[in-house]
Design a protein around this ligand. Structure first.
Ligand SMILES: Cc1cc2nc3c(=O)[nH]c(=O)nc-3n(C[C@H](O)[C@H](O)[C@H](O)COP(=O)(O)OP(=O)(O)OC[C@H]3O[C@@H](n4cnc5c(N)ncnc54)[C@H](O)[C@@H]3O)c2cc1C
Length: 549
């Protein structure tokens, strides 16, 4: 009888184990799990700490006994694999409760040990708690139950913002400290600003561009010299693949620090597979090695491994890294590449920002979405998208991630027939609108400029034109723009003294109408993408505010 040993019994490991059993009744399947729990909902852990999920039991999806009953799995918790002998094809297992060590032979080995939180060498870091396992959760939960009045979360990634929100839920005055200038690295800065604002509006003290340099009892000293109160400290600055076992077994480790696997998730050893946070993935856009520590791809690759072991045909799964997070009242999602990454890779691209309603404006409850689409301006290939808003973000980002996977171009988003009735969407869904805008760009019908490029247009060749109403302009205008409302352009275009015009309105829609009108009148217009709304909520405008301009 073939024995398959799986190291790690949560997302990737348990997906592989259950699929293996469904495909084959005869093999022996042993799951070795270091912690006391298997198949737990690690994505739900912050919400248990916050009291949103009230019963610990709800996080524990399975037990060794239930997995044995349903799938005839031999699940060994409190059991750590301490070494792999790839020649003898065996692993050493240590029972973490009794200390007993034994050897376990395998025919096939599956590595899904996950990732470990990064712990920087700062003074007092042992006072900080990290969140990865049920045991970590219990520790943090107990600390929260002790009713601290202040807390700080170091790290503004997904887990950091979720933890900050949940600590606020527990009535704790919370700060979040992020060393880079923005929260949530998968977003571009103008989108991330919306997240920082949301957190500030809910009372979180957001400290960007500073790091924690010392953690002392009750407070943290920051790199800018400030000290903030923090009776409780959570460290969430990221994770790195747990490759300790793989390394000592001589498996190939890649440029991104994860275990190298092929399209069947086989490592450099023909009898050892790896998946999940510990393994590198292939980026769907440029085929480069990448790390995507997310649950979906871990589960998917678990199935790939089980299928491969059972000789089934494999459809290789590359990753586009689609993610979503709740930040108080906002949903924040992204898929594919962001603009920072496109710029760093020197890839020509166009950005499209839109601010549509989540559903028809005349039906109660519509919320404004901020959407960003990144495309190849020549071919229309979709590189990525981001969305921030109270409602309907998940649907739009999921449709776009599906489009990326299917090779649908940005203009073709206009062709998608998406479910519509007023409570749910619009006849022209926000995804369709992104397609319309993309088609205008790719076909060369319009030219657009970005919020951070306005200074490039401040010269004698260009008139800067705001086509909103005088009432709107009275509430705020970008310096240097003149105002001619869109409805008056036909009568007043002689006031525009240059051929070239940078046009703006509130979100770019009226400016689009004005742009085509001016084009038809012989001008060379450029539409400021996202309009005044985007600019006034962007880092460019915030910098001017800071400088008192
Ligand atoms: C707090 C939190 C919230 C998250 N939220 C989301 C989310 O909302 N959406 C999302 O997509 N992803 C989320 N993730 C990430 C997601 O949980 C991971 O990407 C996914 O669980 C990875 O699966 P994995 O099998 O690689 O590792 P894991 O699920 O982490 O499982 C690895 C297991 O291996 C065990 N192990 C490690 N070494 C050994 C050893 N030597 N011997 C035996 N056992 C060992 C560990 O104890 C662990 O239980 C979250 C993660 C955390 C921690």
């Amino acid at each position: 009888m073939k024995r398959i040993v799986i190291i790690g019994g949560v997302a990737g490991g348990m997906s592989a184990a259950t699929r293996l059993r469904r495909l084959d009744e005869s093999s022996e399947i042993v799951v070795v799990e270091k912690s006391g729990f298997v198949s737990y909902a690690n994505c739900g852990l912050p919400y248990y700490i916050g009291g949103v999920i009230s019963k610990e039991q709800d996080l524990l999806l399975q037990t060794p006994e239930s997995l044995n009953r349903r799938f005839n799995l031999d699940v060994r918790v409190n059991s750590e694999v301490t070494a792999i002998d790839p020649v003898a094809k065996s692993v050493s297992v240590r029972n973490t409760l009794s200390g007993e060590i034994y050897s376990l032979a395998y025919d096939k080995l599956v590595l899904s040990p996950g990732a470990t939180p990064v712990v920087p060498p700062i003074e007092g870091v042992d006072r900080a708690m990290t969140l990865r396992t049920v045991e970590d959760t219990k520790k943090i939960f107990a600390a929260v139950e002790a009713k601290p009045t202040t807390a700080a979360v170091i790290g503004g990634g997904f887990i950091g913002v979720e933890m900050a929100e949940n600590l606020v839920h527990r009535g704790i005055k919370t700060s979040i400290i992020e060393a880079t200038p923005q929260l949530l690295a998968p977003l571009d800065p103008e989108m991330a600003l919306l997240v920082a604002n949301e957190m500030s509006n809910h009372g979180v003290d957001v400290r960007l561009g500073v790091s924690a340099s010392k953690i002392q009892p009750g407070s943290i000293t920051l790199s800018d010299g400030n000290e903030i109160p923090a009776e409780l400290v959570i460290l969430a600055i990221g994770v790195r693949p747990d490759v300790s076992l793989a390394k000592s077994a001589g498996l190939e480790i890649g440029s991104r620090g994860g275990i190298v696997v092929d399209e069947n998730n086989l490592t450099s050893n023909p009898d050892i597979y790896a998946l999940g946070d510990a393994a590198e993935k292939k980026d769907a856009l440029d085929e480069s090695a990448t790390l995507v520590p997310l649950a979906n791809i871990a589960n998917r690759h678990g199935r790939v491994i089980a299928d491969h072991i059972n000789g089934r045909t494999i459809r290789p799964v590359k990753t586009i890294g689609t993610a979503i997070v709740k930040v108080f009242d906002l949903a924040v999602a992204s898929t594919g590449w962001n603009e920072k990454r496109l710029k760093a890779a020197n890839i020509e691209h166009s950005a499209i920002h839109t601010h549509p309603g989540s559903h028809a404006g005349y039906y109660p409850g519509a919320e404004t979405l901020a959407l960003k689409l990144l495309i190849n301006p020549k071919t229309g290939e979709i590189y990525g998208a981001q969305g921030v808003g109270k409602d309907g973000v998940d649907k739009r980002i999921d449709v776009i991630s599906t489009a990326i996977r299917a090779g649908i171009t940005a203009p073709e988003l206009a062709d998608l027939e998406l479910a519509y009735a007023p409570p749910f969407g619009s006849a022209k869904d926000p995804v369709n609108i992104l397609g319309y805008v993309a088609e205008n760009i790719v076909s060369g019908l319009v030219k657009t400029a970005q919020w951070h490029e306005i200074d490039d247009f401040r010269n004698e060749e260009f008139t800067l034109l705001d086509v909103r109403t005088p009432g709107e302009c009275a509430k705020g205008m970008i310096t240097g723009f003149i105002n001619i409302p869109v409805d008056e352009i036909r009568n007043r275009f002689s006031e525009i003294k240059t051929k070239k015009v940078l046009v703006t309105c509130q979100v770019g829609q009226r400016a689009h109408t004005a742009t085509l009108l001016l084009k038809n009148l012989g001008f060379e217009p450029v539409n400021l993408d996202g309009g005044y709304h985007l600019w006034s909520n962007s880092p460019a405008s915030k910098q001017l505010e800071k400088a008192g301009r």
